[in-house]
Design a binder for this molecule. Structure first.
Ligand code: GLP
Length: 241
């Protein structure tokens, strides 16, 4: 595992964007795994800036990690809306080449199987971007999440619903109780992983993930089993290492 220390959050997010751009330029048929959350907003801002300077998304296909369930695509609090707002509407990505789990699918199990099939049909994910939740989740893989899990419907921890309450007018009770997420096994199948964590609130869980036991109780600890994983941290998130 490669650990990159950046002096501040902005530098960490720009470094992540630069690595994503390198992958996009180098791959003939790039398949990007994308993430949501506040940390990623600065990563996407940097990518949009690079697009204005000539970086094209036209050859990219994207798959997001997760989506709330149930939620409508056009609900402004959905991850569909987040991705549109933060990235897709600003770049030349081809409509129809971006995909997130459908939070309005009437049969979630069928949707999860179709999602796995679509990733496989695209040739697998070349580079998967990841944040980390305070519970140690990657995607929405709350503890315990077996490292072999595939895309599935999960229950969210109260801590996660509180962490994500901002989008729901700070009412954590309004955050959906469930979500569709790629499994830890789905994530580990990506050829490269790129995690970004910033801010002092992440210091404890970053330490647990990188230095504690490799355990289903901390999904992000699974990253240490991946042969090509980079973790980019600012000095605050790295503060307890
Ligand atoms: C949500 C996402 C996770 C992400 C996490 C981090 O829970 N489902 O994939 O890692 O947010 O959020 P933030 O960057 O806001 O701390």
């Amino acid at each position: 595992m490669e650990i990159v220390l950046a002096p501040d959050a902005m530098t960490a997010c720009r470094e992540a964007a630069a690595r994503i751009a390198d992958y996009m330029r180098g791959a003939p048929d790039p398949v990007l795994g994308l993430a949501t959350g506040r940390t990623m907003e600065a990563v996407y801002r940097a990518l949009v800036g690079m697009h204005r300077d000539g970086l094209s998304f036209a050859r990219c296909r994207t798959f997001n990690l997760d989506e709330y369930y149930p939620i409508a695509r056009d609900d402004p609090r959905s991850y569909h809306a987040y991705m549109h707002e933060q990235l897709f509407r600003h770049v030349d990505i081809v409509p129809g080449r971006t995909r997130l789990p459908d939070g309005a699918a009437p049969e979630p199990e069928r949707e999860c199987r179709a999602y796995e099939d679509a990733i496989r049909a695209a040739g697998g994910i070349g580079l998967q971007l990841l944040g980390i939740g305070l519970t140690g989740h990657i995607g929405f893989n709350e503890p315990p999440s077996d490292f072999a899990t595939r895309t599935r419907l999960v229950e969210l921890d109260e801590e996660t619903r509180r962490q994500n309450a901002e989008m729901f007018d700070d009412r954590w009770q309004d955050v959906p109780r469930r979500a569709l997420t790629m499994g830890v096994g789905t994530i580990l199948d990506a050829r490269r992983l790129l995690m970004v964590a910033t801010g002092a609130a992440k210091a404890r869980i970053v330490r647990d993930a990188l230095e504690g036991p490799v355990t289903p109780m901390v999904s992000a600890s699974a990253l240490r089993q991946h042969p090509a994983c980079t973790v980019i941290l600012d000095s605050e998130a790295a503060g307890l290492l």
